[in-house]
Design a protein. Structure first.
Length: 453
């Protein structure tokens, strides 16, 4: 009896150590790919690709991809939109294929290294090569979206229900920490490019390429540590078809779990507000508050650094109060923060930094806990397929917030009215999430219900 107990204890300790090792490996994909989101998408690529497009423009300021007249200043935005369309078709295919084959790691490797290679190739965006820049952006963005579907789908497999909030929060914290570290190094290179004997263009291209190299190098860690798990797909799944057919099949299957869909709708709404604040805060700072580029970049760094603490801190709150309550509390904080942003004075970067502090403290935690909460609502064997729908609500539907922001500015001529219009997304999202009975949703998905949720 004593021998059996000792063997059981030893086996349990080994299983725990293996699980923790796998979780640490999983964190490193956030560490690997978040640098692309921070340095490439948020800071460097938009202004640089716009300048390349302007260099290639005709006398009227238009470029002509595939013979279509496009204002050079709009080329970056249109390219991002095209990448979203591509991702919407590819993500359900990748998710369904991963669930049915049980081979997530090869698909994760393919998508990650496709994105990393495209990002590294941005080093060659000199002169007027705007078409090359557009192609690489579409490939990198779509590849990132697919890789995140596969990465997120590992979460229910590597963490039992009671650990999931903390594991998801640590993953987001790793990502924001990496983004902060590399952005500091990139900004030193960019701001002091003359001291390094580089032109401004060359410095930017090195910053872009370094994100791709970082992404590729650190992806090796999760690929080595994550384990494949052969799973039997849940009943009712459709065969993998074309991108559109697979998307329709996934959404039809989700109708069998209406409470999961209810959570997804709430997430779609409030996360649209989150994504719009991220993308439009710099416009608000530069156009309405008249802040210079250095102040805006400092604010981005503040958000990145504080998002680490915010993700970890909200993970702790979730252990005490449950993920749903903590997310609802964060939506209240978002509402107050964005509402306060309406009153910020012009030419006062200190107040804009205060806004960045408020955003940073809730940003990582809102995203991390939403991911972990959704993982409880996914039927076993359909992790990647359902996370493709989750990722689409993150990337594919984030056009509504920018549209509302743009319309508010067009109708009022005020960026203050535009920024405060985003409060509606957090209020509506709060009401929709509050109405979701998450315990029942978890039971309906056939999963064990954690003590606190």
């Amino acid at each position: 009896m004593g021998t059996d107990t000792a063997q059981g204890t030893a086996t349990g300790a080994t299983a725990l150590a293996d699980r923790k090792r796998e979780q640490r490996g999983w964190y490193f994909y956030d560490w690997a790919c978040s640098v692309y989101s921070t340095s490439v998408l948020t800071v460097f690529l938009g202004p640089y690709l716009t300048s390349v497009a302007k260099a290639a423009a005709d006398a009227d300021g238009y470029v002509h991809p595939l013979g279509i007249p496009v204002r050079a200043g709009s080329f970056f935005a249109y390219t991002v939109s095209l990448s979203v369309i591509v991702a919407i078709f590819v993500m359900p295919l990748a998710g369904a294929a991963a669930d049915r084959s049980g081979r997530k790691k090869p698909l994760l490797a393919l998508s990650a290294y496709t994105g990393a290679a495209a990002t590294t190739a941005m080093f060659f965006l000199g002169g007027d090569r705007y078409l090359l820049g557009g192609l690489l952006l579409v490939v990198a963005n779509a590849a990132l979206a697919v890789s995140m579907v596969l990465y997120n789908s590992f979460l229910p497999q590597i963490a039992p229900p009671e650990e999931r909030d903390a594991v998801s929060s640590r993953g987001w914290a790793f990502g924001y920490a990496a983004g902060s570290l590399v952005l500091v190094v990139n900004l030193v290179l960019y701001l002091a490019h003359d001291s390094f004997g580089l032109t401004e263009s060359t410095a930017v291209r090195i910053c872009l390429a370094s994100a791709g190299l970082w992404w590729g190098a650190f992806t090796l860690i999760p690929l080595r540590r994550l384990r494949e798990r052969r799973s039997v797909p849940a009943q009712g799944g459709a065969r993998t078809g074309t991108g559109l057919r697979q998307l329709v099949a996934t959404l039809k299957d989700m109708r069998r779990h209406p409470l999961t869909l209810s959570f997804l709708l709430a997430y779609l709404v409030y996360n649209d507000g989150v994504q719009t604040v991220i993308s439009q805060a710099s416009v608000y700072g530069s156009e309405e508050l008249r802040l210079d580029q250095a102040s805006l970049i400092t604010a981005v760094l503040l958000v990145q650094v504080l998002a680490v603490a915010g993700a970890l801190g909200m993970g702790r709150l979730a252990r005490a109060y449950g993920a749903k309550r903590t997310i609802l509390g964060s939506l209240v904080a978002w509402t107050v923060t964005i509402g306060a942003g309406y009153f910020l004075p012009k030419d006062s970067p200190g107040w804009f930094y205060a806004l960045a502090v408020g955003i940073g403290l809730v940003l990582g935690g809102t995203q991390a806990l939403s991911r972990s909460l959704f993982s409880h609502l996914v039927p076993a064997g359909k992790e990647a397929e359902y996370f493709s729908a989750y990722e689409m609500s993150d990337r594919g539907m984030s056009w509504v917030g920018p549209l509302v922001f743009g319309l508010a500015f067009q109708l009022t001529g005020s960026y203050r009215d535009a920024i405060v219009s985003l409060v509606a997304f957090f209020l509506i999202g709060f009401v929709l999430l509050a109405r979701v009975p998450v315990r029942q949703a978890i039971r309906d998905a056939g999963n064990p219900v954690p003590t606190r949720i």
